[in-house]
Design a protein around this ligand. Sequence first.
Ligand code: MN
Length: 419
Amino acid sequence: MPLMRSWVESANSPDTDFPLNNLPYGVFTRDGAEGRCGVAIGDMILDVTAAEEAEVIYPVRHTTVFDVPHWNAFMELGPDAWAAFRDRLTALLAEGSPDRAAVEPFLVPQAEVQMLMPLAVAEYTDFYAGRHHATNVGTMFRGAENALPPNWLHIPIGYNGRASSVVVSGTDVQRPWGQLKAPDADAPVFAPCKRFDFELEMGAIVGQPSDGMVSVAEADRMIFGYVLLNDWSARDIQAWEYQPLGPFQAKATATTISPWIVTAAALNAFRVDTPERDVQLLPYLRQPGPMLYDIALEVDLAPEGGTATTITRTNYAEMYYSSAQQLAHHTSSGCPMNVGDLLGSGTISGSTKPERGSLLELSWGGKEPLALDGGVTRSFIEDGDTITLRGAAKGDGYRVGFGACSGTVRPAQQKPDWA
Ligand code: MN
């Protein structure tokens, strides 16, 4: 599909994340006022809360869905309404639209706003579906022989995370305290995490509820869109706590998402198949078509006051399981899914060293510190470091991008007197 041209001139630049082909959904505020729903177009935002009020565009006539500072009410309307609204937006913003004069007053410069959470996260589940990541981590923790657990090629492994800890890009993250135990120590200590890390992931947003099992095809239709997701991880807390039930406090400090929900519709032109399988999946997990996406991803690390170095370049297409497969598996027990559920893909690493999606892998457990621009090295994140994820599906002369997913790590809080 070629670039679709808009009368918003900045949307026609090959460098913008937000051409007319994209139209991602977010929530913004000006001067700290209540959040408003908006659609990114070039370097502007269409204020759809105001445009709905003025009846310039409305998902449902005589009903308001944008009077709340999140996209959950819109998601509840379902796939037919999602498609109709996107078609209408596309027509209003296309080059030569007869409605330009009616729409233009509702455009706000992105430079003048602050982005908020685009959705109310109902529940958050994080998966472990990248084969290169699972192999790297397994090799470090259990040796190359037993790198992949025996279930890994059969089940998209996951754990239930905390919706309360999901924050939007730009939110500072405080280094956590936790129980740490060095391998050769006799007993654990309670101290600030020394091995704080990021994980490069995509987040899938569930836009329709379920009650009972759903097929992979149905799960694909339930996914409203995607965000970039950084699953901040305390490796030393994780190493001591994770057996036998998996990570708990190591992953509960914060999870950062990018502010724009890029819809599944916008990504449709970039669908790709999952990789070749060593073993056939059980029928309930087989995909009837391509459900991964070709999305180029990168991660920058910038020390406080220093320049940013790109430390990872990889692609979402490296995943072994799609979000649709993960969602279908999630419902297999009868677990009800809700509008606004967030599914982390698992860390996305490619097969080579510069494609690794975490510092744990990039520094190989701290044994091979990473050299950054400016003569700085890193094994794990230090206080003041800013981690920024970026991603885009690349079309011919345009990109369908996500905006930045960024967070700065602040020092751990002072030790409480009871600890
Ligand atoms: Mn993760």
